[in-house]
Design a protein around this ligand. Structure first.
Ligand code: KIV
Ligand code: NA
Length: 252
């Protein structure tokens, strides 16, 4: 069987919802691959796996190592890798260089970058040269130091302009992060590519969550996350039982 393509994802607009999750590792990727349409190797791995305060410290090397593991451990989903902070904001040429390196060294089919109007020229440059781009508007975590925190976005006019600009520039889909359901609904109606919501209400064309967040493995989770499992509790119970048995001489 072949992997889903960016064309397959784009064609779901108006037909069926697009189901996305993150994966950073082989152990998560092979489970998620059986179920979702798109796997994102998100730069959230800096916070979730590396314990960083923000995603600003994530490097291209981290993204390549985790991206390659996820591609090797999946076979049917579209795999998209985030471009980390500082690896594309200088302009289209820097962005193409980074994206091409990540695609060659991981085998991923697309990259994601944060930004609206100010990134439209870069989105166009990449898509016209063979790099499919997943956009990301609304709350943009790489902007944390410039905007003073991870705050919900209520400026609908700006988000709408941003979404239209990157759709027009060729993005095959876009994340819409942490805004109101009404703004997300307007954005979804205004662009002809799938909007993938996270903390943006029910009206998007698809949804994404961080797998560690929705399974209860992350140290901290954003308020909008629904927990579908308590895997962290399962690990704590397992290691506690193991420790008791080893200390009591019952295992092995
Ligand atoms: O890095 C990430 O995991 C993301 C998603 C939450 C959209 O960008
Ligand atoms: Na990200």
């Amino acid at each position: 069987s072949r992997r889903l393509t960016v064309t397959d994802i784009r064609k779901k607009k108006g037909q069926e919802r697009v189901v996305c999750l993150t994966a950073y590792t082989a152990s998560v990727a092979w489970r998620v691959d059986e179920v979702v349409d798109l796997i994102l190797v998100g730069d959230s791995l800096g916070m979730v796996l590396y314990g960083l305060e923000t995603t600003v410290g994530v490097t291209v090397e981290m993204m390549i190592n985790h991206g390659a593991a996820v591609v090797r451990s999946s076979r049917r989903t579209l795999v998209c890798v985030d471009l980390p902070f500082g690896s594309y904001q200088e302009g289209p040429i820097q962005a193409f260089h980074t994206a091409a390196r990540i695609m060659k060294e991981t085998g991923c089919q697309a990259v994601k970058l944060e930004g609206g109007k100010e990134m439209a020229e870069t989105v166009r440059f990449l898509t016209e040269r063979g790099v499919p781009v997943f956009g990301h508007v609304g709350l943009m975590p790489q902007m944390v130091n410039a905007v003073g925190g991870f705050r919900k976005r209520n400026d609908g006019e700006r988000i709408l302009e941003d979404a239209k600009a990157i759709a027009e520039a060729g993005a095959f889909a876009m994340v819409v992060e942490h805004t109101t359901p009404e703004i997300a609904r307007e954005v979804t109606a205004a662009v002809d590519v799938p909007t993938i919501g996270i903390g943006a209400g029910p009206h998007c064309d698809g949804q994404i969550l961080v797998t560690e967040d929705m399974t209860g493995l992350s140290a901290k989770t954003p308020p909008f996350v629904k927990r579908y499992a308590e895997a962290g509790d399962a690990i704590r119970d397992a290691v506690t039982a193991y420790a008791e048995e080893v200390r009591a001489g019952r295992f092995p």
